[in-house]
Design a protein around this ligand. Sequence first.
Ligand code: PLP
Length: 506
Amino acid sequence: MAEPAPARALGDLSPSEFAAAGHALIDWIARYLDEIDRYPVLSRAAPGDVRAALPAAPPDGPGSFAGLLQEFERSILPGVTHWNHPGFFAYFAISGSAPGILAELLTAALNVNGMLWRTSPAATELEQLVLDWLRQLLGLQSAWSGIICDTASIATMLALAAAREAHPGLAIRQRGLAGRPEIPPLRVYTSGQAHSSVDKAAIALGLGHDNVVHVDVDDAWRLRPDALAEAIARDRASGLLPTAVVATVGTTGTSSIDPVPAIAEICEREKVWLHVDGSYGGIAAVVPELRPVLAGVDRADSLVVNPHKWLFTPIDCSAFYCRRPDALRRAFALVPDYLATTPADDVVNYMDYGVQLGRRFRALKLWAVIRVFGATGLAARIRYHCELARELARWIDQTPEWHRVAPVPFSLVCFRYAPPGLEPAEVDACNAAILERVNASGRAYLSHTKLANRYVLRLAIGNIRTERRHVQEAWDLLRTAAAAVAAERRSPDQTPATRRSARSSA
Ligand code: PLP
């Protein structure tokens, strides 16, 4: 038999090469995070640029890590939108903090698969522990069991699967839904402002998109409990089966908070599963004075909060809590011979609580973040973001022609530039043009949504590196862009399109 080739010839690095490459990489990351302000926050790459900059075929032989790092900087970095940039205000702004980034490296080094307790006891037990820490930080009761998912979308799908399984008499797990006229359509209720992951979960579980009922909201974009009660009553009268309600604490569009206590009341009365999507807003309960945002959640059946949204944990890390883990287990436990453990293992095997078998050691990064920042450190950062958002809201409220279109319970501000005398569609177009200009500046990146069918700008603060000066700069950019858009409207000959065509004909 041939002698095995030395590690280097196999393409891996020797320990000393690994250490040298690792130090260079850590130095690069430290510089990157320190100087991140210098990069354009929104990538300026055009479609296909990144692929075109890299070889179309894989390399024949081994290459050096130093060469790889150079290629990364040259060809890949220009195609990166910098979510860790303090001027990132789009979607729900997120960030990876230093403890989280370093813990990701440890996770990769250990490379364990925590599918069963015994495949790495530390992975399971740290996950249980750190989710219990997070539960305590959120001020929730001890009746919750947690599991880390990759995203809130998957957590919500697991919640709806458990809700379905909470009707064991229907035997849906065993017999499915198709070809069974005796089973009424299972209905899911959520607000018109809920995240599309609720709809997707219903689609994936075969409940049918038509069976997701989007209940009306009030004038602060919160689900109306009276409309929910009516919808459930109407469905029951028609022979449909109300199965789950998804309430949101911090909706994507405006960060509105559905009235969970009143919704819980209805769910308890109707024996309907209540899932709370607090993936962004729920995290704010880490701040003691903001704990009331989770009022009533202890009466829900399940809850998701995303440390990867607003708890400075690198994506992906979504904490899914359930008060009825038996229903979740009934939905998913399935143990083939090759995964069976001895009866003496009286432990949690996380593979029993979801679809996936293999699972990363994600608990390490959440543990690192909570352990390094501590409860007060986390609360201080989130509190600061909320203060910054309130300050921006004040600037908007004090500026003629700018209008806030939703309350600011957290760190998201929704607003519009609306000079008088314009049709609503013209105002929409102005705001879209303003957004494009600000995002093209490379200094800030905002997103938009539609509320009551009108175009609205969203500025979300959630990055650990964002300071007051970054919010001030974004506000200056917005006003400068609005002035330029208004000037273009006054002299339409000077629109970018006409300027371009004038140049090309010159
Ligand atoms: N729920 C809400 C309220 C959200 O805002 C989002 C994403 O922004 C999601 C769910 C989906 O989160 P994820 O990307 O973790 O699936």
